[in-house]
Design a binder for this molecule. Structure first.
Ligand code: NAD
Length: 256
């Protein structure tokens, strides 16, 4: 088991990548703290944890400092330590558009969750990782952190660029303390988040044209990548822009 003895905190665990990661991490021996705004969804995730696995749910908004402090405290209180911090919660507002059209409130909330949420997770999580002798932080960015799209989602794109920059700097700051920090950059996935945004078949096909593999990724595929970053298998990997994207960022022209 690749996470035996480790305690992992995963935000956004009520759905998509976070849920699949909670299930996989528990299967690999981790005790998991599942965090999300959506308490019902968290219950459903706990119901999917394989028998023998240990997990608790903490309903919290990662955009609020007190909530982030509470989730880290819960990890240490219930499981005695924290070794893996997966800052994965994120939003993409369907009203997110170009600079002219996007409302200031949409921009602000996107940054509050996607960027400040990662910052706050680290603010309270890093002292806990220090107390346990080191660990692994995984921040979910996106392929849009390095590529621009003509289908505008400006606040989201900017927020993911910020997550990538923040992750790199954290990796450098904390490298000598045994804390690794990597940015997981998923390509377009067949999860609720993206399917709500690409809400017509035409929009979906337009996006798929840019993916060499010609399909959307699955949340479970991101969970497997996150598992590698969480485990000691990736012991010399820090500060990486970890692309798991079906080749989208490698493509200039895609196959017919
Ligand atoms: P998802 O919508 O299935 O899951 C996101 C989860 O985050 C939800 O359960 C939601 O309730 C939770 N959440 C939202 N705001 C929160 C908050 N303030 N506090 C706590 N929890 C909150 O989406 P997903 O695809 O699994 O997304 C996970 C991450 O992957 C996000 O950061 C997203 O930006 C990123 N990502 C997704 C794609 C994609 O194509 N789906 C691509 C690249 C990156």
């Amino acid at each position: 088991m690749r996470l035996d003895g480790k305690v992992a905190l995963i935000t956004g665990a009520a759905s998509g990548i976070g849920r699949e990661s909670a299930i996989l991490f528990a299967r690999e021996g981790a005790r998991v703290v599942c965090v999300d705004l959506d308490a019902k969804g968290l219950d459903a995730t706990l119901g999917l944890i394989p028998e023998g696995g240990e997990a608790i749910a903490v309903a919290a908004d990662v955009a609020h400092a007190a909530d982030c402090q509470r989730m880290v405290t819960a990890a240490e209180k219930h499981f005695g330590a924290l070794h893996v911090l997966f800052n994965n919660a994120g939003i993409m507002d369907s009203r997110d558009d170009d600079a002219v059209t996007t409302e200031e409130a949409v921009f602000d909330r996107t940054f509050a969750v996607n960027v400040k949420g990662v910052f706050l997770g680290c603010k309270f999580g890093i002292p806990a990782l220090r107390r346990s002798g080191g660990g692994s932080i995984i921040n979910t960015a996106s392929f849009v952190a390095v590529l621009g799209a003509a289908t505008p989602q400006l606040a989201y794109t900017a927020s993911k660029g910020a997550v990538l920059a923040l992750s790199r700097e954290l990796a450098v700051i904390h490298a000598r303390e045994g804390i690794r920090v990597n940015a997981l950059c998923p390509g377009p996935l067949r999860t609720e988040l993206l399917m709500k945004f690409l809400n017509t078949e035409e929009k979906r096909q337009r996006r798929l044209r840019h993916v060499p593999m010609g399909r959307f990724g699955e949340a479970a595929e991101m969970a497997r990548a996150a598992l590698w970053l969480a485990s000691d298998d990736s012991s010399f990997t820090t500060g990486s822009t970890f692309m798991v994207d079906g080749g989208i960022t490698a493509a200039y022209v895609t196959p017919e």
